[in-house]
Design a protein around this ligand. Structure first.
Ligand SMILES: [Zn+2]
Length: 345
């Protein structure tokens, strides 16, 4: 395929993701039978014959059992979260069983498929893969740190020659933060962990867009960097606040993330096509691999045997991509440093 065809393909893929996501933005939790089940369960603490101890509230909302020191507001909140999460889970499983008997296709609940829990962990595969991603990001960041401060020469003022050091540090911290919350969210899906996962993912994606613009256009001037970053940071802050304090709208969030994803993929693609960068093939692999990984989100299939779904595979695909990505970052640091040193000589 020629380059233009690639661009079209990538844009098409991303717009398909948005469309699919918008259409079935959690059909499951809009289902009246599921809704009634959760409502009933939060009152009685039972789904069918299964009852949950977390749901034992007296009529005035105080827990009935437990020692006095645990009957604090915070504990009460935890209990309510646990109760809601148990109710949602068991209502979802029983609803999915009913649907299966009727020959209906699986649907999503609160943005996720119905997974089987293992030892109270909702999506063990995704948790393990998130932890691996976190480890890879940590490894990449540490090796970048060592390269830049110990292997490569420093300026007389002890600063690095490479102009994008600070930005990659922020990227490292944001991506590790987001994989951490991803692991937490996939093990326990409550409102707080969900918001933290979505917020940190949006922050990361937004920052990588800023990074793409600054690196691809080689923006080194402080004032110009602020001009690029400020409006994007303002937008990201607004979007994150909207999700957290107003409405956690999956459809809207997917559109925002999709748009930011397309933008940076296009920027890297065009840059990789034009630059004479010695490691541009790594960039190419990451861009094409990232585009292919998007396919997983398009053919967002329900979990196989209740465990491995498209989202889990997507987390798996980011592991080699992240490794290669940090590899590219290190090459970039070396390349920029050596060309700057050549200039000064
Ligand atoms: Zn995830």
């Amino acid at each position: 395929m020629n380059r233009m065809a690639w661009y079209h393909w990538i844009v098409l893929s991303f717009s398909l993701v948005c469309l699919v996501r918008a259409l079935d933005a959690s059909a499951g939790d809009a289902d009246p039978i599921y809704k009634a089940c959760v409502e009933q369960c939060e009152k009685t603490g039972c789904v069918g014959r299964k009852c949950f101890q977390h749901c034992k509230f007296s009529s005035d909302g105080k827990p009935i059992d437990g020692p006095w020191y645990l009957q604090e507001p915070l504990y009460l909140q935890w209990k309510q979260w646990d109760c809601r999460s148990d109710c949602r889970y068991h209502c979802m499983i029983s609803r999915e069983e009913e649907r299966q008997k009727l020959g209906d296709k699986p649907v999503k609940y609160h943005g996720k498929w119905a997974f089987q829990r293992v030892n109270g962990i909702q999506e063990p595969i995704s948790v393990a893969l998130s932890a691996l991603n976190l480890a890879i990001q940590f490894h990449g960041w540490v090796s970048f740190f060592i390269l830049i401060y110990y292997t490569l020469p420093l300026r007389p003022n002890k600063k690095t020659y490479y102009e994008f050091t600070g930005l990659w540090h922020i990227y490292g911290v944001l991506s590790m933060n987001s994989w951490f919350w991803s692991a937490v969210f996939h093990s326990r899906d409550v409102e707080l962990t969900e918001k933290l996962y979505y917020s940190s993912a949006v922050a990361l994606l937004g920052f990588t867009l800023i990074l793409a613009i600054l690196r691809a256009f080689n923006v080194r001037d402080e004032a110009a960097r602020v001009m690029v970053a400020a409006p994007l940071i303002a937008f990201l802050t607004t979007h994150i606040m909207y999700l957290n304090f107003y409405n956690l709208d999956y459809g809207l969030n997917m559109k925002v993330c999709g748009a930011m994803g397309v933008a940076q993929l296009l920027i890297w693609t065009i840059w990789a096509g034009m630059t004479r960068h010695p490691s541009r093939w790594k960039l190419w692999v990451v861009v094409v691999g990232g585009g292919l990984a998007v396919l997983l989100e398009i053919f967002d299939f329900p979990p196989y045997q209740g465990f491995v779904d498209a989202h889990a595979l997507w987390h798996a695909s980011t592991i080699p991509l992240a490794y290669l990505w940090w590899c590219f970052v290190r090459d970039d640091a070396e390349f920029r440093t050596s060309s700057l040193l050549k200039k000064t000589k």
